[in-house]
Design a protein around this ligand. Sequence first.
Ligand code: GLC
Length: 585
Amino acid sequence: MTAMTDSPRPAAAVPPNASNPHFGDPDWWRHAVVYQVYPRSFADADNDGTGDVRGITEKLPYLAELGVDAVWVSPWYPSPLLDGGYDVADYCDISPTFGTLADADAFIARAHELGIRVIIDLVPNHSSWEHPWFQAALAAAPGSPERERYIFSDGRGEDGELPPNNWASMFGGRAWTRTTNPDGTPGQWYLHLFDASQPDWNWANPEIAAMFDDVLRFWFDRGIDGFRVDVADSMAKEPGLPDHTVNPATGLGSNGKEVGAPHWDHPDLPPIHRRWRAVADEYADSELGGRIFVAEAYIDPIERLVEYVRPDRLHTTFNFDALLSEWSAASQRAVIAKTIPAHESVGAPATWVLGNHDNVRVATRYGKPVTGVDFSAPGEAAAGDPLELGAELHGMPTDLELGRRRARAAALLELALPGGAYIYQGEELGLDEVEDLPESLLQDPTWERSGHRIRGRDGCRVPLPWSGGVAPFGFGTDAAPWLPQPARWASLTAEKQDGDPASMLTLYRSALRLRRERGDFRGGDFAFHGLDGGDVLAFTRGSQTLVVVNFGSTPIELPAGEVLLSSVDLVEGRLPSDATVWLAV
Ligand code: GLC
């Protein structure tokens, strides 16, 4: 063991096991299928209406049967949940709402027993305003060491009544909130790129970097296999905090896609990533090895994004262009054609993503008249961000049957591409966005901060339907879930889909089994095939696997070959519209 600390490591997890032959491979992350759990909405073991860690543990056999390699758990830390847990009050504990550290240990051990790696969320750009260090900062004087941990500044204007600069919050409104002095007079301002309840850490202060090193080791020591890094392109800010552009269309803050922004993708960021990488590498010789990071960074063009996954920085990054791409051959082809070589150029695996807790569910999005961004359009480098796209889609009608058909085709496209893939909980059930949640129940801070213009992301966070014919569909026993489930989900429960050859769940299970077993999918070989062109996307994996996606309206002839898996039944041997087939050739 090369670890620099000599803190005791808990007993190592069980070795590679029968249910996942690749479990013990330190390079597991280069091919992994990762399943995202949003703990609030996954499974409610204690029946209080909110999901919990024990609920996740109880469902691990379901995930093992699905065939995933890893599970990523969105924040499970103590938090007032003002941004669904992305407002962390204590980085080294479990929210009492979700359970205890002992529950987390049991979850990690059970996951490893079942051959599933565990990734948790690291939220390093900001804490909750309930974090003890922020409370101490508020209580301390301007210029004090306590205030130096966050970004406090005097206001502009005669009496400091104007914010220190013009930065806007990603959720709407300004990125600054003014404090009140103990004597009741107005005080300094603090920075929050997101909600006011999420003050930004001051990464120019070495104390913050050291604190996060401890957080990483705390969880690595407990056996977790990696971190998903929230807003991995922020943290470093231009000294002096100069003004910057606000999106005039939405009033929201700019995101990391802009080159030269003072608070995104800043030159002081790479050293932070390198430092974390070094901590993860300390664990290379530990029992399982293979401790990794995956970056959340909405960055374009791809040449900038892959800088994040150079060998001395983070291991992988979400491919949000794939997520935000419209459902068309040209756009999907353009994303694939730029993603694969760009990642190869730095030696990192690509990843493929259809959805997450910030985006409109794929079955709904693909049933809209607009399904995303066209990356094949000339000069199209930058997609919008999830909130903007979500707001645009919200008013549009949905053809859910079409959306689900395309979501099936998209799953077989995603899972056939080289590198890693992400499944957001419920995608494997074909769940749709709940677009008609009553306004009084909306919790996303964007709803209030945008002046009720943007409803936000609650519609993709509704608790999962597991079983039975009425809500809560086995989420808990009988408690009302924190967001109401639609009655139509009775036909989409995991129980109902189990064993049904036509169900989305069966399609995912079959795809993941084939992907795991078939050597062609494990190698890096990828080449566009002669069939590719127009509305047909076609590529080979290895020497014997052909993948064909028909985005057009007429069925297409297929070359000779054995059908391994198809998203719909072939019609007289031809592939109908909005469908994908895997062929052994
Ligand atoms: C990331 C998370 C999102 C959260 C934001 C602020 O984008 O995915 O849910 O609101 O960061 O932490």
